[in-house]
Design a protein around this ligand. Structure first.
Ligand SMILES: Cc1ncc(COP(=O)(O)O)c(C=O)c1O
Length: 413
């Protein structure tokens, strides 16, 4: 018997990522954490398996006045935080357009508001078929849907498949919403290139100008601080867009500031229309108030602390860069070895995860099971295996590609 409201019945249940993570934890207790490879966790961990945090962020946070940090923040966020978050998101690549920021609990909150306010009930958001699973839950929870298109054409973003889906949904619903997680996509690490962005923007502008549709482009930049130099250049392209083409950037402090649990992000609206931006502020502030109310003031003050003290900001940026470079080294180790043993991987430019593609969902499950026999824990996700290089030190990455190759060979026999 269920006493849940009818629309809530049947939802929930074990999360496939946490299920594999739990297997790794059980095994670590049996044989010792140092003797297993747990590449399931989506946080940056050091060689002892502890969460990496940035000293500059810790110091900025510890320097806050406690009662100030504990107070409520305005629903939209402290104005100086919003300015600082917009600066941090765009750096020197700010588009020439009207901009507005809204504090959100992580990038997740921004996604929720975007889905809720710009899609009719029952309408669909489109994204790549390799995607962060929570998109589907966020949409489903509020009675919206997800549809996907092929992510890659060989070693490139499948822009043709993307645009075909854009046109399919432009014919079905007024607000055509495209969601892209770039740069440094989860779970593959790919980034849309600037040339691809040019094509996308041209085509999406044509849709916006067709007299029927509005275009809502949601860009999930949760991993942007790991994208490296030029990772933000594409933002400049969102200049002089049609008035009914809204870009929503969901910026997060979880990964780049190592403040995962503090739950702070900023959804940033970019538009050529002041009216659209005013509406963005009003509607999203209302949704925030009606969903989680206000966000974490301590994390906002931390960001303000950096904005107000260039010397602290410089130390923070240097530390963040070291973190990025250590991830680059981990990725290089995996990719070099994958090339050496001829193990195909999905296109990777940057980010926390690398995906080893499989021919189908079943093969992914089988390879994951074989890898577990060697105490290597990776997450089967659709037709592929997600390797969280963020969670394992280089010494544990060494040899992993060869193990994958062996697993594929064993399966062939
Ligand atoms: C692709 C992607 N988008 C968004 C998020 C949201 O993270 P948060 O809400 O902590 O900012 C995550 C977190 O894992 C993610 O992987």
């Amino acid at each position: 018997m269920s006493i849940l409201a009818s629309k809530s019945q049947g939802k929930g249940g074990p999360d496939p990522i946490f299920a594999i993570s739990d297997m790794a934890k059980v095994r670590a207790e049996e044989v010792g954490a140092q003797n297993i490879v747990n590449a399931t966790i989506g946080s940056f961990l050091d060689s002892e398996g502890r969460l990496v945090t940035l000293k500059s962020v810790e110091e900025a946070m510890r320097s806050l006045d406690f009662s100030d940090a504990c107070d409520y923040a305005p629903i939209a966020g402290l104005p100086r935080f919003i300015d600082a978050a917009i600066d941090a998101a765009f750096l020197d690549c700010r588009p020439e357009a009207y901009l507005a920021g809204m504090a959100t609990p992580g990038g997740t909150g921004g996604l929720h508001n975007a889905f809720y306010n710009y899609l009719e009930e029952g309408a669909t958001c489109i994204t790549t078929d390799r995607y962060w699973g929570n998109y589907a839950s966020l949409l489903d929870e509020i009675g919206r849907k997800l549809d996907t298109f092929n992510t890659f054409d060989g070693d490139k973003f499948d822009i043709k498949a993307c645009l075909a889906k854009v046109h399919e949904y432009a014919a079905k619903q007024k607000n055509m919403m495209l969601l892209l997680n770039t740069p440094a996509h989860n779970p593959t690490g790919f980034s849309v290139t600037d040339d691809e962005w040019q094509i996308l923007i041209k085509e999406l502008s044509a849709v916006a100008n067709n007299g029927v549709n509005n275009v809502i482009l949601v860009i999930d930049v949760a991993y942007i601080d790991f994208a490296g130099p030029h990772g933000r250049d594409f933002f400049k392209l969102f200049t002089h867009l049609p008035d009914n083409f809204l870009v929503i950037v969901t910026f997060s402090m979880s990964k780049g500031y190592t403040l995962y649990g503090y739950r702070l992000g900023c959804m940033i609206g970019i538009s050529s229309s002041q009216e659209t931006i005013e509406e963005f502020k009003k509607a999203n502030a209302y949704s925030s108030r009606a969903t989680w109310s206000n966000c974490n003031r301590a994390a906002m003050l931390t960001m303000i602390e950096f904005a107000d003290h260039p010397e602290k900001q410089a130390i923070f940026k240097a530390e963040q860069e070291d973190l990025r470079l250590s991830l680059v080294k981990r990725a290089e180790t995996f990719i070099t070895e994958a090339n050496a043993v001829d193990l195909p991987i999905c296109p990777y430019q940057a980010g926390f995860f690398i995906t080893v593609p499989t021919k189908d969902v079943q093969e992914a499950q089988e390879i994951a099971a074989i890898m577990r026999e060697d105490d290597i824990f990776v997450v089967p996700l659709g037709a592929g295996l997600r390797v969280a290089i963020c969670a394992i030190p280089e010494e544990k990455i060494t040899g992993m590609a060869a193990k994958f190759k062996e697993a594929f060979k064993r399966l062939e026999k």
